[in-house]
Design a protein around this ligand. Structure first.
Ligand code: HGY
Ligand code: MN
Ligand code: MN
Ligand code: MN
Length: 394
């Protein structure tokens, strides 16, 4: 059994639904806390002191945490509901194994390395993606995080067991470079036949909360012409978003739909839905959302409903440090360069320090699903690549 498979099998059972194989690791849920305990045990087994930043992020230090110019490498444990095994955890397992490999070679890093686990990267519990790294960098402040509630009304502070600490410039200042290894969420590497690739950019993307309000009424006694049904406008939103995205070679998804009251025989009063929209460039993304907003407003007039839009966590295009990406590609004997349409903590960090991503081949490209998979051989190639990169950077 490879060192990868042994470590992977330990972590992969945490938060997995035995029936479906899907993962449910909401930030601070028992399953994600079990992953944190696993992280602490792995760090302790390697004599790596663990630092918590007061926002839920963890850092296991190889070297002097106070030395500065450290290399941060890691990812996240949390998942979307019914998510896959690799999205997030692969970056953390690979980071521990890359440190093991460098130690086994007798590598003595000239600067510290920190294995990181960021909290609430998916935003699946509190709605804001990369919440942990956004808090660390100050992109989201403590008050905003403190106001967040999950679907059951539980606050971030209640879940975390303490109010968010807000930005930590003192901690961020101790890092000089960041490298996040992540399973590829797409088939780019499968198409070029490479096990590992280097990230060039993250597509601009964002989430918009759409609130549709109508008139609650009886499903049987209300004539069709007399209805003001927000579900009708919501159905239009779904179809129009799909059409706009196809027309623009972009991506649009309507999810997390909340209907109130959610009854069979009652026309709802309100439908709240989230639009996840992404495009290869900011102009296309803006045009998509503006076009859709106008179309839904027009439809709402016909349906007699009101529409509210609120932009949440819009992320501008991230272009990773080209010199660093080229350096990594060279360290990896010309590994292919590729963009991603998925958001990552690395995208948040890249606004503050030279940041790179490594991607590991996923033959189906499927992600945010139990079908997400990377072959062991490719995961081992990813660990080797991360070790080579860390050796080159330290
Ligand atoms: O949603 C995303 O883009 C990422 O997987 N968090
Ligand atoms: Mn991820
Ligand atoms: Mn994800
Ligand atoms: Mn990520």
């Amino acid at each position: 059994m490879t060192a990868f498979r042994a470590l992977w099998d330990e972590l992969a059972t945490l938060g997995r639904d035995r029936g479906t194989g899907g993962y449910l690791r909401y930030a601070y849920s028992p399953a994600e806390r079990a992953c944190r305990d696993w992280f602490a045990a792995q760090a302790a087994a390697r004599d790596l002191p663990v630092e918590a930043d007061g926002n839920g992020n963890l850092f296991a230090w190889w070297g002097d945490p106070a030395a500065g110019d450290a290399v941060l490498t890691g990812s996240h444990f949390d998942s979307v509901p019914h998510g896959g095994a690799y999205d997030g955890p692969l970056g953390i397992v690979s980071a521990f194994l890359a440190v093991d490999a460098l130690r086994a070679r007798g590598h003595r890093p000239a600067r510290p390395v920190a294995v990181a686990a960021f909290v609430e990267e998916e935003g699946a519990r509190f709605g804001v993606p990369c919440l942990g790294s956004r808090l660390l960098t100050g992109a989201v402040d403590a008050d905003a995080a403190g106001a967040l509630r999950d679907a059951d009304g539980v606050s971030f502070a209640q879940a975390h067991g303490g109010a968010p600490a807000g930005a930590r410039p003192d901690l961020l200042a101790r890092f000089g470079t960041a490298v996040e290894l992540h399973v590829e969420q797409g088939r780019g590497l499968a198409e070029v036949g490479a096990a590992v690739g280097v990230g060039t950019a993250i597509w601009p993307h964002g989430r918009w909360r759409v609130t549709l309000t109508g008139e609650p009424n009886h499903a049987g006694t209300t004539a069709m012409a007399d209805r003001r049904d927000p579900m009708l406008t919501a159905a239009f939103l779904v179809l129009a978003a799909n059409k706009q995205a196809r027309l623009r070679a972009a991506r649009a998804t309507v999810g997390r739909v909340q209907v109130r009251p959610n009854a069979t025989n009652a026309i709802p009063e309100r439908v709240t839905a989230w639009l996840d929209a992404r495009a290869a460039d900011t102009a296309t993304l803006t045009a998509l959302v503006e076009g859709l907003t106008a179309q839904v407003a027009e439809r709402a007039v016909r349906d007699g409903t009101e529409v509210g839009w609120a932009a949440e966590s819009v992320t501008a295009e991230v272009g990773f440090d080209p010199a660093l990406a080229a350096r990594l590609a060279a360290l990896l004997d010309g590994a292919p360069l590729l963009p991603t349409a998925a958001g990552h903590d690395a995208g948040v960090l890249s606004a503050h320090l030279p940041t790179a991503m490594l991607f590991v081949r996923n033959h189906t490209g499927v992600s945010h699903s139990p079908a997400e998979h990377a072959d062991d051989a490719d995961c081992v190639a990813g660990v080797d690549a991360l070790a080579s990169v860390l050796a080159g950077l330290t």
